[in-house]
Write a protein that binds this ligand. Structure first.
Ligand SMILES: [Zn+2]
Length: 180
């Protein structure tokens, strides 16, 4: 088993045999895929992995040698981190640093906990808004909330992508930050 202790590498992007991005796995997992010939390394990361048998560059992107059929998740699960990432960690009402999640139509009034009804918000705006709607306060949403989509979101979720993955993920990601 190789001694895998990369300093700053968090993961490796896995591509299907067709170069279609599939998922992100640990560097250890990607290395094992390469060592067992289940994948080939198409982009090196930083550093070299040493094992008793050989030396191998840390893989950053690997491509599977055999095509796998993957049923696509078309729906991206709603998460607190995902909302912050989508909204660029900025308040939807004042663009200040966001630290809370606001339901645009308050839950107390039937607002859903769904991508199109949640925004990142600063504590002040969230507190002031209370159980009112933006319209009742004369506020305007600085971006209309929607479910993130696209290959980058499907593969990465809220993960910060490695710049080396950009070629395979159609980056820059339009849905990554509303506040760009
Ligand atoms: Zn605010």
């Amino acid at each position: 088993m190789p001694d895998i202790r990369p300093a700053r590498v968090s993961g490796a992007l896995v591509l299907n045999a067709t170069y279609e991005p599939l998922c992100v796995v640990s560097v250890r997992r990607a290395t094992i895929l390469v060592l067992t010939s289940k994948a080939v390394c198409v982009a090196d990361g930083e550093g070299i992995l040493h094992s008793a048998m050989n030396e191998l560059p840390v893989p950053s992107v690997v491509r599977l040698t055999r095509y796998v059929r993957v049923p696509y998740r078309t729906h991206i699960g709603l998460s607190r981190r995902g909302i912050f990432a989508r909204d660029g960690w900025r308040c939807a009402y004042c663009r200040g640093p966001a630290e809370t999640i606001d339901h645009v139509m308050p839950r107390s009034r039937g607002g859903r906990h769904a991508w199109d009804n949640v925004v990142a918000a600063c504590a002040r705006c969230n507190h002031t808004k209370g159980d009112k709607t933006p319209a009742e306060l004369g506020w305007r949403l600085l971006a209309s909330p929607h479910a993130p989509k696209g290959v980058a979101w499907r593969v990465l979720g809220h993960r910060t992508p490695d710049p080396r993955w950009a070629d395979w993920l159609d980056m820059p990601m339009d849905s990554q930050q509303l506040a760009a």
